[in-house]
Each structure stands twice: as C-alpha cells, then as structure tokens.
Design a protein around this ligand. Structure first.
Ligand code: ADP
Length: 279
C-alpha cells in the first residue's frame, strides 16, 4: 500500500473536504487488525530516525494542522514515541507574542525549522496565518492571499536546504469533534483541555473548512505535499501518518557516515586494553 499516493493532495487539483471520508479505514477491520502493522511501523520509524540523525545531512519537518480536537496531540505522541528524543523536537505555534507580531509572519517559523539530522513537528504552523487569521479577519484579504505564494517560496527554500517537508491535515467530521469535546467533559483528567473558545470556534466550522481547502489546494507542492488523513478513527490516523513518514524517510535514502577512524586499529587498541585487565 502506498499511503502517500492515496492521501496526497495532488498539485493543481482543487480539494473538496466533503468528498473525503473521515471514517475511512482502508481494508482494516479495526484497531486489533492493524496492531501488528502499527508495531512494525514503530520499530521502522525508530530505525529511520536513527539513520537520519547519524547521517546529519538532511532533516524532516512534519506540519500538523487540524480542527480543534482533531488529534494533533495524539498523533505527536504516537509518531515521536519510538524516536530518540535527542534528535527530535515539537514546536507549538500559539497566538503570536508582541515580538513575533512585529515581524513578518514567517520569522518565528523559520527560526524553528529543523537543523541537519533533526525531526521537527510543528503543532500548528505558518498555516494559521491563512486559517484563523482569515476566518477572523485579523488582516485584510489582500494580505492573507499573498501569503500562499510566500509560504510556497519559503517551503521551497527549506526543501533546497535538504529539509523534507510533509504536511498532514487531520480530517475529522463535525460530529466527531462534538463527541471528543464531550469525552473531555466526561473524563476529569481531560478537563484542563476544555476551553470556552472550542464551542465558539465550532460556530466557524464551515469557514475553517473553506480556509483549509484553499490552503491545501494552493500550497500542496512536489517539495512539500499536503496529505488529508481520515482521522475519525484514531488508530487509523496513527497508522496512516506513520506509514507516510516511513515512505518519506525511506525515500530520503540516508547514508550512514563513514567511520572517521581505522576500525581495525581501534579493535587492536581494545584488545590490548582487555589484555591489561586480564593480567
Ligand atoms: P492547541 O489548540 O494547538 O493545543 P492552544 O489551545 O494554545 O493550543 O491554541 C493555540 C491558539 O493559537 C489557537 O487558537 C490558534 O488558532 C492560535 N494561533 C496560532 N497561530 C496564530 C496566528 N498566527 N495568529 C493568530 N492566532 C494564532
């Protein structure tokens, strides 16, 4: 199965989110049916991240966007769990601080981009500047419209610096969102996640979907593709995201660096040390 092909937003094609089923789970009967593959994927992700880190010449930038309760936190947890924390990082993007707001909208984003060998996940991103900003009229239309081009140019530049970019829109239904809000009410340890803004923003559901459709349509490129992930079923969302990351990392063809020392010489030194201990 090639999940990149199935879920990719193809450049030049207009996205219609209504036509993408958030309940899609491929041929899997359920979570149990996918468990073996999920486990295999975790081990593969661990190995591939190790190679990326060791190679230290390329990097991976994962951009996550979703409606509220879309599952960004759960996805981050799932994807990063098998990885070595030394080589990965999560970057959250909140309402810009006054310093951030006094620069261009990509300033804070560029600083957070991955360095060689690193995996970085953006929990929200520069796409907020054509999503929430558009829905709430925070800047004039002439300003946010121009940003699609700026974003494409910026991402092309990162790609030219050996940063592989993959962008996931976690696609849930409006009903699923309400269900998840209610689950938070039922579970005491999730109460901290509840905000009055959730229900307020929900009133703008259609505006957000439209803004997402335009962002996905205008900013899916060969060098930084968008993927729409059916995300009503959390286990399938995790599986699809990990599968795409594996396919992407394999495509990057990392090469382990050549040793900087003569290994045979080092072996001799080690043998000599053992001899001293055993005397
Ligand atoms: P999350 O929902 O990601 O767990 P928060 O509850 O702190 O985290 O929400 C972050 C908020 O910051 C969101 O409402 C988001 O729309 C807002 N935000 C992020 N970037 C921008 C931006 N560039 N302009 C305005 N608001 C933004």
């Amino acid at each position: 199965m090639d999940y990149r092909k199935i879920f990719e937003v193809k450049p030049g094609k207009k996205v219609d989110l209504n036509k993408i089923d958030p309940d899609f789970t491929d041929d899997f009967a359920g979570k149990k049916d996918a468990a073996e593959l999920v486990e295999k994927n975790s081990a593969l992700l661990k190995q591939l991240q190790y190679e990326l880190y060791a190679e230290n010449r390329q990097s991976l930038l994962i951009i996550l966007q979703a409606m509220d309760a879309g599952g960004k936190d759960g996805t981050i947890n799932h994807v990063l769990a098998p990885m070595n924390p030394q080589g990965c990082r999560v970057q959250n993007f909140k309402v810009p601080s006054s310093e951030e707001a006094s620069h261009d909208f990509l300033w804070r984003v560029h600083r957070a981009a991955p360095k060689n060998g690193e995996v970085v996940i953006f929990n929200r991103s520069h796409y907020e500047d054509v999503l929430v900003v558009r829905v709430h009229d925070l800047v004039p239309k002439t300003v946010w419209r121009q940003r699609y081009d700026y974003i494409n140019d910026f991402e092309r530049m990162l790609a030219g610096h050996n940063t592989r970019i993959v962008k996931f829109f976690l696609h849930i239904s409006k009903e699923e969102q309400l269900k998840r809000f209610e689950e938070r009410l039922d579970q005491k340890d999730k109460h901290w996640k509840i905000s009055a803004a959730d229900y307020k923003e929900r009133q703008f559901w259609d505006d957000y979907q439209k803004a997402f459709e335009d962002a996905l349509t205008n900013c899916t490129t060969e060098f930084a593709p968008w993927y729409v992930i059916p995300a009503n079923q959390k286990w399938f969302r995790n599986l699809a995201v990990s599968q795409i990351l594996i396919e992407t990392l394999q495509d990057m063809k990392m090469k382990m660096p050549e040793p900087t020392v003569d290994i045979d010489e080092i072996r001799k030194l080690a043998a000599a040390e053992w001899k001293k201990i055993k005397k």
